[in-house]
Design a protein around this ligand. Structure first.
Ligand code: IMP
Ligand code: MG
Length: 193
């Protein structure tokens, strides 16, 4: 088998994951993103819509790196993309303040197929915001199945399943400080891990 650094292997539920993007790398990238957002939204008092649950850690870190005056709301979406190619989204926590004429920035943890955003962004436009942009920590470009894009994003990643830094595997792993990627089936690991 390939050599590996076992300090960087963890188990979540039944699967092994290896360290993929460490906290220092994440922080450095978020700092760059924050400077870009600061420059683009100077004087505009944008409204961040943080999509729960996965984005909570990313949003907390990113927003603390911003220098501009911003406010935020949390929203929760459920995606029912299983049986249809278009995808449907229901909003579980509503937007409690009006978005009319506001500059809205949707904060996502990861864009995979893009179905979630593809059905959610049109719902936002119904409220007549001044603009809508998307910031996503991760994007899986080869998994994209619809015409959505992140205006700001942290990292492009291949179609590997990842956990940590807010992202979960079946409810677990959100509180890991780094991002880990799944070890593929058939990749042997010693019992001692
Ligand atoms: P999309 O609608 O396919 O873009 O789905 C995005 C959602 O799928 C994200 O907000 C995550 O909740 C979930 N997701 C996609 N890929 C991963 C992953 O690798 N790890 C954890 N969650 C993921
Ligand atoms: Mg999510």
């Amino acid at each position: 088998m390939q050599s590996a650094n076992y300090h960087h292997i963890i188990k979540v539920h039944d699967r092994y994951f290896t360290l993929y993007i460490d906290r220092e790398t994440i922080h450095a990238r978020l700092t760059e993103m924050a400077r870009n957002i600061d420059a683009d939204y100077a004087g505009l008092n944008p409204k961040f819509l943080v999509v729960l649950n996965g984005s909570f850690i990313f949003a907390a870190d990113l927003l603390r790196l911003l220098r501009l005056d911003a406010d935020l709301s949390f929203i929760k979406l459920s995606s029912y993309a299983g049986t249809t190619t278009t995808g449907h989204v229901s909003m579980q926590l509503g937007i409690n303040e009006p978005l009319k004429d506001r500059h809205v920035i949707v904060v996502e943890d990861i864009i995979d197929t893009g179905l979630t955003l593809h059905s959610f962004v049109p719902i936002l436009w119904e409220q007549e915001p001044a603009s809508v942009k998307v910031v996503s920590l991760l994007v899986k470009p080869t998994a994209l199945r619809c015409d959505v894009r992140a205006d700001y994003h942290g990292f492009d990643i291949p179609e590997h399943f990842v956990v940590g830094y807010g992202l979960d595997y079946d409810g677990r792993g959100r509180n890991l400080e780094d991002i880990f990627r799944v070890v593929p089936d058939g990749f042997d690991l010693p019992d001692a891990v």
